[in-house]
Design a protein around this ligand. Structure first.
Ligand code: NAD
Ligand code: LMR
Length: 333
């Protein structure tokens, strides 16, 4: 399909495209919400064979939007074809957690998917490929994909903690009675799980600081931190299914900031391969405060970490280490 844009198209491959997050993400990606309204996009939808019919229906709906940015929609059940020349890989397809199931239970089911996809990306992706892992357990899945892709720089792999970051901002906005746009400097540290640590000690919340809000330790410890960290479970309990539209929204925010750059001095949160800073062992995919220059994530360095924060970051990092150890024990990823 021809477009009126001059930029060459970007290839975006979405795995699990016919799932609930995929369905919520694809139309916004195709409409320019992720990479810009002047950026033509080729969408590749990767699905399991059983869901190819559903993917074909979504492609028909995408056609029916007559979106100016959308150059083509291609459907695959073969990762090698779906990732051939891919610029942005959104790895959403995985087995979702259901009621009563812990994320660690998903490790073995998902490790082999992400090992295989990492190896294929290594062989066929574009030189500038950037990979965003959404499928849970997202951090460890990203670590597995990265280590199965030895020719792709580890800095090109990331996992989504932007949903947690956005959840933290929404909670702060409600608490302080300020618009979300008046909040900056929030960080999600660690794992995308209940051990994550939403840190407000460096935040600006309207005309107050996060440190001032944190003086109410009862609110911080008994309300804010657990509300953010357990929001995924609360949504599963309420909806009977894991978050989908908000996860798609977080994915789009994450890739937009990565590809187009974070504005000004502000920062966001993303799980990236640790270079060994802030006491996080090298190689773990851990959430950090990050900025992007439009090409690479850069960790915001030099933040003072108080004892309260240190203990919580360490606990989430310990969980990440135990997830990797469990995968290593499986021996096939
Ligand atoms: P879903 O079950 O609705 O959809 C998953 C889709 O993936 C299905 O259509 C399935 O056929 C497909 N799929 C499974 N294995 C695949 C493979 N190997 N290759 C290609 N496609 C495959 O699930 P969902 O609600 O869309 O959630 C997807 C994932 O995202 C889950 O792991 C969920 O836990 C996770 N999630 C992450 C976050 C986050 O913030 N990181 C938030 C919410 C959900
Ligand atoms: C979420 O944060 O909503 C999802 O990751 C759901 C989950 O499995 O916790």
């Amino acid at each position: 399909r021809s477009t009126s844009f001059t930029k060459p198209p970007v290839v975006v491959t979405v795995t699990g495209a016919a799932g609930t997050i995929g369905y919520a993400a694809l139309f916004r990606v195709a409409a320019g919400a992720m990479l810009g309204h002047d950026q033509p996009v080729i969408l590749r939808l990767l699905e399991l064979p059983a869901a190819i019919g559903a993917a074909e229906g979504i492609a028909m709906e995408l056609d029916d939007c007559a979106l100016p940015q959308l150059v083509d929609v291609q459907i695959y059940d073969d990762p090698r074809a779906a990732f051939d020349g891919v610029n942005h890989a959104l790895l959403i397809g995985a087995k979702p957690r259901t009621k009563g199931m812990e994320r660690a239970d998903l490790l073995s089911a998902n490790a082999s998917i992400f090992a295989a996809q990492g190896a294929v990306l290594n062989d066929v992706a574009a030189d500038d490929v950037r990979v965003t892992v959404v499928g849970n357990p997202a951090n460890t899945n990203a670590a597995i994909a990265a280590r199965n892709a030895p020719d792709i720089p580890p800095s090109r792999f990331s996992a989504l903690t932007r949903l947690d970051h956005n959840r933290a901002i929404a909670q702060l906005s409600a608490r302080a009675g300020v618009p979300v746009t008046a909040i900056d400097g929030v960080t999600i540290w660690g794992n995308h799980s209940a051990t994550q640590y939403p840190d407000i000690f460096h935040a600006r919340v309207g005309d107050r600081t996060g440190a001032q809000l944190a003086e109410d330790r009862t609110w911080l410890v008994d309300d804010f931190i657990p509300t953010v960290a357990q929001r995924g479970s609360a949504i599963i309990a309420a909806r009977g299914a894991s978050s989908a539209a908000s996860a798609a929204n977080g994915t789009i925010d994450h890739v937009q900031d990565w590809a187009l750059g974070t504005p000004g001095d502000s920062w966001t949160s993303a799980a990236i391969v640790s270079p060994g800073v802030y006491g996080v062992p090298e190689g773990l995919v851990c959430s950090f405060p990050v900025r992007s220059n439009g090409t690479d994530w850069q960790i915001v360095e030099g933040l003072e970490i108080n004892d309260f924060s240190r203990a919580r970051i360490d606990a989430s990092v310990a969980e990440l280490q135990s997830e990797i150890a469990a995968v290593d024990a499986l021996g096939d990823a």
